[in-house]
Design a protein around this ligand. Sequence first.
Ligand code: SF4
Length: 336
Amino acid sequence: MKDNMSMIMSAEAQAMRGEYIGKDTVLELLSLDPLSEDCSALGKAARRIASRFCDDTAIVGSSIGLDLVPCSMSCRFCSLGEKWRIFPEPYVMPDDDVVDLIRESVDQGFAKFTLRTTEFYDIDALCRLRRRIADEVPGDYVISANTGELDSEKARKLKEAGYVGIYHAVRLREGIDTPIPVETRIATIRAAQEAGMFVASGVDPIGIEHTDSEIADLIDLYRELRPNTVCTMKRINVKGTPVGDLEEIGDMRLAQIAAIIRLAGAGVWRNVAVHPVTEQAIRWGANTVSLELGANPRDDKYEGKKWSTVGREMAVKIFQESGYKVDSVSAYTRRH
Ligand code: SF4
């Protein structure tokens, strides 16, 4: 049996060639102690793989939550689930405010946006909003959608309206912590890909109870689904949801998973995102972050235009200090 350092070196060599390191290696890497020297070697290897596959370009995007509407899906980790009654009164951000926010954000240097909604937001309304933004906000920027399930017709409509991509994940414990079947999520991802959209997916949302094997299964599934970005996202345990009293995973574990996603995605996904913004994960191969505004399923209060995490300047600085150049449009729209 190989020792950990040899295993990491051979995984790096394989990833450099754009080959899949395989689920068994993913599992071995997940079993490392996040605070160990071995894990630090893994992180440094992942950063070299990032250089090779994303050319040291990074994305600092903004994700704008449009609706604070109690959602009948009531996923166990989501503060917008109607069963948890955290936000009993619906609120939808007026289109005027969204357009103003995008305009202000473009002026600040943002060039990649995600418009995020609850599961049943009207697709036609989302398309009208995108067209209005195109008419009223000049500039070089791209917008993706993070919304409910899509069939080919809905995906085509979004693409034609100007959404370049979607965020859509098969959640950890999908169908158990959520009422949505894994196959439904996969069908949405495939519909978007067939419509020619970029797809960002995620190992999402990671809690302390998730096993190495569950995480490896999801990474393995993404290798097959071939999204353009895979995000590693820590679950924020919002008080009042069923997970509200659990501990959260630490930054080093989050960074370790980001590093493994970077190695496992070599030759398939160009971008690895981390949420929330975590310096260690950026040092270990994540090149994408999304700063949140508006309705947020990871929050128990509505802060409108206030950034939920760090601001753009700080995020850009973190990337620069880790050797990346922030170039959100080109990093998002380049394919391998
Ligand atoms: S995660 Fe999405 S589908 Fe689940 S309750 Fe929240 S908004 Fe609804």
